[in-house]
Write a protein that binds this ligand. Structure first.
Ligand SMILES: Cc1cc2nc3c(=O)[nH]c(=O)nc-3n(C[C@H](O)[C@H](O)[C@H](O)COP(=O)(O)OP(=O)(O)OC[C@H]3O[C@@H](n4cnc5c(N)ncnc54)[C@H](O)[C@@H]3O)c2cc1C
Length: 721
């Protein structure tokens, strides 16, 4: 009962923005008490059977009870229950945002608010939960997707590329393909060495946080690994795995689908024929080779283990944690006072609204604002708050609060292209198309693709990798002219990452990932996905309305090496396809007519190349002199108490899928935030009059009446102790 009393006290004593009382009903109290007594220890175990064992519960009670449990009413709040202020406000309830929410609210004396633009996802729970739902009942393209499109890409025959991103509690982990593939030790240690090589106190001081050893431990902390079941493991060719490379007892479940297809058992032998060895201990720091990847599946109920069930639904009620869906952060509010020790601007509030036509609300922050809006959401919030490149902000008439030319820059993405063949063996797509009872069973619905391989430049260029590596090194000057920024700092950052990529990652890391897919009826495909792109793009805003879409220009293939590497990947994929022998028939995509380099290039340009859904780096962790946005403590330059903790901070793309690294990043980020002692000084707090409802659309374009350009602070600003 202890924390129930705290709940009640917290909700009723604390001032709410509106007058609506959030006093829990007796049913809620009873529910929460029994929850705490471990009658319902974990949400997934609560079932009709258990409710039936409670004779006093009517059908209606049971419905309310279930809904209360599922919505976690003590955590998920309505707009009118938002308090005046919180210690931490997290913008974005996606992967990183919910890790932060869970970890920061471990300290019951700290109040935490998560503002998530998307819906809770309760209405699509079944679609999200079933792993195979990622293909057959995907939320991509629905209201749970931001439905972004890139600008037309000149080097892709003017195609705009569709970029889905999760707009839902859990973010993109609620719609992703669930591969759990870590970056290699070389990639992560190169991140650390890049920061150290800058010889800049902002990033070299804490560079060791971003070492392989530290990130590996943090990634493992997020996990609870379960070995594959005997039957699918047998069908999958008794593939190697190493439990020691995974965590145990962490929030996110990690395992393998309970149904596999025979072609998966042929994966590593086909790779071997094409010269690609089998990786014996995947996810332990070496990625080169072929393997069957674990997936973020909870094997006890065969469901997707994404950030919401892993980090939030599994918690007992926490009265100090509030999560508000359908709340888009429109901007950060700043005081006109500076932190005296550092001359940094202090954030004192966050503004949010349900949609463009709805009332704006302002909520105060005592300690930190943490941006976890993902690779597009976080740079967007910064820009709408007046923090970003001056040309972008002034073009639309937004006051520049702090000039930071790197916001939105350094954008990178993995491009991928799939070669497909007719299949002569059964695929998941065949089962699905059969509409049989099995196709509807939870066993089948636990299916997810998992056959992958990472290959190096030597294999791609038939041993001539050093020659092509030198060619790429010589293309730096040309590459620099394609950087979509006139900022000398951003251009210097491009050069630094480029040189690191050529020197460390070209010889040591994977250049192409292959992924085999069996989701379509009668068809098997293998993708060739570029891992370390040399092209750079940007995101920016062209409107003061934060509900207008962000402009995305990844500048795909603006560096010619990217297309050449992908083309070599396509050739290697074809060798693997050939090694699958009579299990596959005629090649259907791109087809036998596409053979020469020019033909493959044309196919990639006109239709073949598409996103692998891994945009990153638009709030890069780099020194300011390289167009960085955050320092090695994830703190935004020039701002005393704003951090970015999500996949937008990686200074370069890893040869990996990004979820595992981002769970690790968010675990480390939570620790950094907890260590910080900063509190918004009383003289810098948001004025009570500014709290609460701020009127419909009044806030659009309403800048903070202060200009700080190039780090030079207007002399009128007061300094705070
Ligand atoms: C279709 C798809 C397939 C993928 N497959 C894989 C895979 O198989 N394996 C893998 O490792 N990775 C995969 N990824 C990538 C992986 O899911 C992401 O890298 C990861 O989720 C990034 O975490 P994040 O916290 O940075 O962002 P997200 O998880 O995207 O979270 C950002 C959250 O912020 C919210 N938000 C944004 N702006 C605002 C705002 N202004 N106010 C309030 N909230 C806001 C968003 O709605 C979202 O909930 C895939 C991604 C996609 C889209």
């Amino acid at each position: 009962m202890r924390s129930i009393l705290r709940s009640v006290g917290f909700i009723t004593i604390a001032t709410t923005l509106a007058t609506v009382s959030a006093t829990p009903s007796p049913l809620h109290l009873d529910l929460a008490a029994r929850y705490e007594e471990n009658i319902f220890p974990r949400l997934p175990t609560f079932s009709k059977r258990e409710a039936a064992a409670e004779p006093q519960l009517s059908e209606e009670d049971e419905r309310v009870l279930r809904r209360a449990l599922e919505r976690r009413d003590f955590t998920f709040i309505d707009q009118d229950q938002v308090l005046n202020e919180y210690d931490y406000i997290i913008a974005g309830g996606g992967l990183a945002g919910l890790v932060l929410a869970s970890r920061l609210s471990e300290d019951s004396s700290r109040r935490v608010l998560v503002l998530e633009a998307g819906l809770s996802g309760d209405a699509v729970k079944d679609r999200v939960d079933a792993p195979a739902g990622a293909y057959y009942e995907s939320i991509v393209g629905t209201d749970y997707d931001w439905k972004h499109n890139t600008e037309k890409q000149p080097m892709l025959n003017n195609r705009g590329i569709y970029w889905p991103r999760g707009k839902i509690l859990g973010g993109s982990t609620a719609m992703n393909a669930m591969y759990l593939v870590r970056p290699s030790q070389i990639d992560v240690d190169s991140w650390q060495s890049l920061l150290e090589s800058a010889q800049d106190i902002d990033v070299s001081g804490s560079a060791s946080r971003w070492s392989w050893n530290n990130l590996f431990a943090a990634m493992k902390k997020s996990e609870n690994f379960t070995a594959p079941e005997a039957e699918p493991w047998e069908i999958g060719g008794r593939f190697p795995y190493d439990a020691a490379n995974h965590g145990s007892g962490g929030p996110m479940s990690l395992s393998y689908p309970q149904v596999m297809f025979s072609i998966v058992g042929n994966w590593t032998s086909a790779l071997a024929t094409a010269g690609i060895s089998t990786l014996q201990n995947p996810n332990g720091g070496v990625t080169m080779g072929g393997f069957i990847s674990p997936s973020s599946i909870n094997p006890t109920n065969r469901t997707r283990s994404y950030s919401r069930p892993a980090y939030i639904d599994s918690l007992p009620p926490r009265s100090n944690l509030h999560i508000l869906p359908e709340a888009t952060v429109t901007k950060i509010g700043f005081t006109d006072k500076l932190r005296s020790s550092t001359n940094e601007i202090i954030a004192h509030s966050v503004e949010f609204a349900k949609d463009s036509a709805s009332t704006r609300y302002v909520v105060g922050v005592n300690r930190e604002v943490i941006l976890a809006g993902g690779p597009l959401g976080s740079p967007k919030i910064l820009m709408h708050s007046g923090v970003g490149p001056t040309d972008v902000l002034q073009q639309i008439g937004l006051d520049v609060v702090y000039e930071l030319p790197g916001v939105g820059q350094h954008l990178q993405d993995h491009l991928t292209a799939g070669v497909a063949w007719e299949s002569r063996v059964e695929t998941a797509g065949d089962v699905r198309a059969s509409n049989s009872d099995f196709s509807k069973s939870s066993e089948f619905l636990s299916f997810i693709n998992d056959a992958v391989a990472f290959v190096n430049a030597s294999l791609l260029f038939n041993g001539n990798d050093a020659v092509y590596g030198t060619e790429i090194a010589n293309m730096l000057a040309n590459g620099t002219t394609t950087v979509p920024s006139t900022s000398p700092e951003v251009i210097e950052g491009y050069k630094a990452v480029y040189n690191l990529t050529v020197q460390n990652l070209w010889p040591g890391s994977a250049q192409i990932e292959m992924l085999m897919s069996v989701i379509s009826p009668g068809s098997i495909s293998i993708q060739s996905a570029l891992q370390h792109p040399y092209s750079r793009g940007r995101v920016y805003i062209n409107s003061t309305n934060p509900f207008d879409p962000i402009v995305i220009d990844p500048q795909y293939f603006s560096h010619p090496a990217d297309r050449t590497i992908m083309r070599q990947g396509v050739k290697l994929v074809r060798l693997v396809g050939a090694a699958l022998g009579d299990r596959v028939g005629t090649e259907t995509t791109p087809g036998p007519d596409v053979q020469t380099d020019d033909q493959i290039d044309a196919w990639l340009t006109n239709s073949g190349a598409n996103t692998q859904y891994h945009p990153a780096s638009a709030c890069a962790m780099l020194p300011r002199k390289w167009g960085g946005v955050v320092d090695s403590d994830l703190k935004v330059y020039g701002l005393a108490n704003v951090r970015v903790v999500d996949s937008s901070v990686y200074p370069f793309e890893f040869a990996a899928h990004l979820a595992s690294a981002t769970y690790g990043l968010a675990e480390i980020g939570s620790g950094i935030v907890k260590e910080s002692t900063f509190e918004v000084p009383s003289g810098a707090k948001v004025d009570e009059k500014e709290l609460g409802r701020q009127g419909k659309n009044e806030a659009v374009g309403r800048g903070v009446s202060r200009v700080v350009v190039g780090g030079v602070v207007a002399a009128v600003l007061a300094l705070l102790a």
